[in-house]
Design a binder for this molecule. Structure first.
Ligand code: PT1
Length: 288
């Protein structure tokens, strides 16, 4: 399994790391830190050096309770940053957006992938993505960021989320998107209780069994704090929990994990791979 970018390819035979770059004043764990293009590019280069396989640039926070931003505002945040990152590193950039105007401008600035938490449901988003021909990540969300955590409810969370993603993937394929370029994502924390998130994570192998590439975004989310009780309040205290969940997602078949803490996640995945090779009887260092 591999994703085809305009200037490179990414083999998904091992779990890959997507580093998060929020160019927003209000993201939940790092809002405002990388707002200036200079600081954003510096962080992107650091993540590239730490082993990120993709850098995900977002100009609109979609965390629970977040407010929407205008097209103009989002373009002003992400386009200069994407241009500068693409000048400085060959690591492919994805753009975390649901707006077709932003998808188009980001692609012109060098973005190699689209990451849409609305799964290309906005007007013209699907047609734009199909025309651009870039890999797309389709995420499931129940409701909208402003209110999605009010009362999330499902009869059968795994089947409902799977059904939604397969329907969206079928629409993409009908519009001409190559199935190999489609990544699906259950959308942890997007209109889900802790129990919903845990059920989806424990059932992540069912998403991988669809044959589509699977992305899991668990990094520093409130579900980690909930699992840790009183010790899990600030986002910085969630690093260990985030790495643990990334490893578990990888073991359950995630092809890509979307994370803030690139270095720690890359290290953990590397060690887990060596252990898995040892389980199969090959000693470390014998495989590339
Ligand atoms: C994600 C994701 C994303 N998450 C993809 N894109 C966010 N493909 C932004 C909390 O409960 O999982 N997959 N883009 C960030 N969203 C959240 C959601 C942040 C919930 C925090 C929480 O704390």
């Amino acid at each position: 399994m591999r994703l085809i970018f305009p200037n490179s390819q990414l083999d998904l035979g091992v779990t890959r790391v997507m580093g998060i770059l929020n160019v927003t004043p209000d993201s939940f764990s790092d809002g405002g830190l990388f707002l200036s293009p200079g600081a954003a590019v510096e962080r992107a280069l650091q993540m590239a050096a730490e082993g990120a396989d993709i850098i995900d640039v977002g100009g609109e926070s979609t965390r629970p309770g977040a407010q929407a931003v205008s097209v103009t505002e989002e373009l002003e945040r992400v386009v200069p940053v994407i241009e500068a990152i693409c000048r400085e590193t060959p690591v492919p950039v994805s753009v975390d957006t649901s707006k077709p105007e932003v998808m188009q401008a980001a692609a012109n600035a060098g973005a190699a992938m689209l990451n849409d938490v609305y799964a290309l449901t906005a007007d013209a988003a699907l047609a734009t993505a199909a025309e651009l021909g870039l890999p797309v990540c389709l995420m499931h969300m129940q409701g909208k960021p402003g209110t999605m955590q009010d009362e999330p409810a499902y009869k059968d969370v795994i089947n409902e989320v799977l059904e939604f993603l397969q329907t969206r993937a079928a629409s993409c394929i009908k519009s001409g998107i190559d199935p190999q370029q489609i990544v699906i994502d259950p959308g942890f924390g997007f209109g889900k209780t802790l129990e919903h998130n845990l059920e989806l994570l424990a059932g992540l192998d069912r998403f991988a069994a669809t044959g589509f590439a699977v992305l899991a975004g668990l990094s520093r989310k409130s579900m980690i704090a909930k699992l840790m009780g009183a010790r899990g309040s600030g986002p910085e205290s969630r690093v260990g929990g985030s790495v643990t969940l990334a490893l578990y997602a990888a073991r359950k078949g995630a092809h890509i994990v979307r994370v803030h803490d690139v270095q720690q996640t890359v290290e953990a995945l590397e060690i887990a791979r060596a252990l898995q090779a040892a389980e199969r009887g090959s000693l470390p260092g014998q495989e590339k």
